[in-house]
Ligand binder design. Structure first.
Ligand code: NAD
Length: 477
């Protein structure tokens, strides 16, 4: 009997049905196969992954169509996600050689020192639904290049995309037992994390699930755990000479992907005096954003959120802010009762009592007015998360102050909070992760360094602390 169903958020149509997998059985299959993969020359693994890039390129239209239907994101955006999957291959090859390549060092007395990296073994990858191909792929490709085997559990909300990704890896020549797709929800994720045959787990998802996994791994310090979690990201607009440009950046930061990006701006911090102009601009632009079916013509800026439950929760959170003293500037509206299409919303939360430090994973921008830049910095840092932050406007000196004082792993100036580059490290501080950044630095957690002192022949001497054999004989005489 089928136990998992994936429906298209935009239409409610069933897209995929399938059964839940057996975590231990999948881990056992990969356990038996990964040593063979690790023993292959690096060049073989790289060539296989390059072939994967070409296979994905050849299937771009079908893949983008599937991602758009399963997540609800616009087709143009799904298409950029497929590009990111392809580009990840070359980026990961460069990262492997830059971060974890074989190095020779000079040791004392002509000793040869070598630093080489070994794969961990069997790694689990758990992915979120918002970038169901690109984000897991960002763990899987570097893990495979380094010689690991992988059990990938896609989000239960995007199983079809996850399965498709793994099929393309197999098509490209990665052996079927080296990378596996395991379907299921959080309980399957827990079972996978608990599997004795696992050597580590690479996770992208919510802070709630990340903390649960961290607890689960508390007694397994020998296993690597990389956590890429959420954010409650601030965007500060300060002395911006071009308010229209500032408003456009705010809209892109808050509403791209219907706000379902870990780096989306959640809190807009502005100077109390004269803030109206930029906030009005933001609302005017937000009013013009097309919210529609991913394949609609004209192309929408954003589609629905992932499902009705997520839309209900966002509406409840918005109402919660209203009842605590929030002032709606642009309401969060549901375009159809039975579908998760939401319009972009803006709410002034300056007077909200006990403002919750929660990630509202949708198109809701909260405005906070402050009197001076010190207060703006304090507000920006008033979160347990620390993923992304942007300053729009100001001078180089002000940006210096911003950069030095903000706690986040991505700090931008006159650029959106989202759209982080793949060829740089990506990760956050605070509740946004566990200091194992991904993207370019994913290579670091996919292999461990081994230091070796080596010589062709065994030669040695002990120069101090040995009893003189002749002196000892004399004593006995
Ligand atoms: P989620 O945490 O609900 O689920 C992610 C994955 O973990 C899914 O595969 C899910 O089945 C599994 N899971 C959930 N609870 C689990 C548990 N207790 N044990 C084991 N596995 C468990 O996240 P989501 O709702 O799919 O994605 C949105 C979240 O992901 C947001 O918080 C967003 O900020 C975050 N995210 C972070 C990044 C990043 O790189 N930092 C990128 C994208 C999304």
């Amino acid at each position: 009997m089928h136990t998992l169903i994936s429906t298209e958020p935009a239409t409610g149509a069933t897209l995929w049905t399938g059964g839940r997998g057996d975590a231990d059985a999948e881990v056992a299959r990969v356990r038996s196969a990964w040593p063979g993969w690790a023993a292959r020359p690096l060049s073989f693994r790289i060539e296989t992954l390059r072939r994967f890039g070409n296979v994905v390129r050849g299937q771009k239209e079908a893949f983008a169509d599937l991602i758009a239907r399963e997540t609800g994101k616009p087709l143009w955006e799904a298409s950029t996600e497929v590009d990111a999957v392809v580009n990840k291959v070359e980026i990961s090859i460069s990262a492997y050689s830059e971060r974890t390549a074989h190095r020779r060092l000079e040791g004392a007395m002509n000793t040869r020192l070598a630093v080489r990296h070994k794969p961990h073994g069997v790694l689990a990858v758990l992915g979120p639904y918002n970038f169901p191909a690109h984000l897991p792929n960002g763990h899987i490709v570097p893990a495979l290049i380094a010689g690991n085997g992988v059990v990938f559990k896609p989000s239960e909300k995007t199983p079809a995309t996850g399965e498709y990704l793994i099929r393309l890896l197999h098509e490209a020549g990665v052996p079927e037992d080296v990378v596996r797709c395991l379907h299921g929800g959080p309980e399957t994720g827990q079972a996978l994390a608990a599997s004795a045959g696992l050597d580590g787990l690479l996770f992208t998802g919510s802070a709630r699930a990340g903390m649960a996994l961290h607890r689960q791994f508390a007694e397994m310090p020998q296993k690597i755990l990389a956590l890429e979690l959420g954010g409650n990201n601030p965007l500060v607009i300060w002395d911006a000479p071009d308010t229209y440009a500032a408003a456009l950046i705010a809209v892109q930061s808050a509403f791209l992907s219907a706000g379902q990006r870990c780096t989306a701006a959640r809190r807009l911090i502005v100077r109390d005096q004269g803030h109206q102009e930029v906030v009005e601009q933001i609302c005017r632009i937000a009013e013009r954003l097309i919210v529609d079916h991913p394949h609609a013509n004209p192309a929408p800026f954003m589609g629905p959120v992932i499902d009705n439950q997520a839309a209900d929760q966002l509406q409840e959170a918005f109402l919660g802010l209203l009842t605590k003293g929030g002032r709606p500037i642009k309401h969060l509206e549901r375009l159809a009762d039975d579908k998760p299409f939401l319009t972009p919303a803006v709410i002034d939360v300056t007077d909200v009592r006990d403002r919750p430090d929660a990630e509202l994973f949708g198109p809701v921008l909260q405005v906070i007015r402050v009197a001076d830049f010190d207060m703006a910095l304090a507000e920006a840092n008033a979160t347990r998360f620390g993923l992304a932050a942007s300053l729009i406007g100001g001078s180089p000196e002000l940006y210096d102050r911003f950069w030095s004082n903000i706690r986040a792993g991505v700090i931008n100036w006159n650029k959106p909070t989202n759209g982080a580059p793949s060829n740089a490290p990506f990760g956050g501080v605070g509740l946004s992760g566990n200091h194992r950044p991904s993207a370019f630095y994913a290579a670091d957690y996919c292999a461990y360094p081994v230091t070796s002192s080596e010589a062709e022949q065994a030669r040695s001497s002990i120069g101090i602390g040995l009893r003189d054999p002749y002196a000892a004989n004399n004593l006995e005489d």
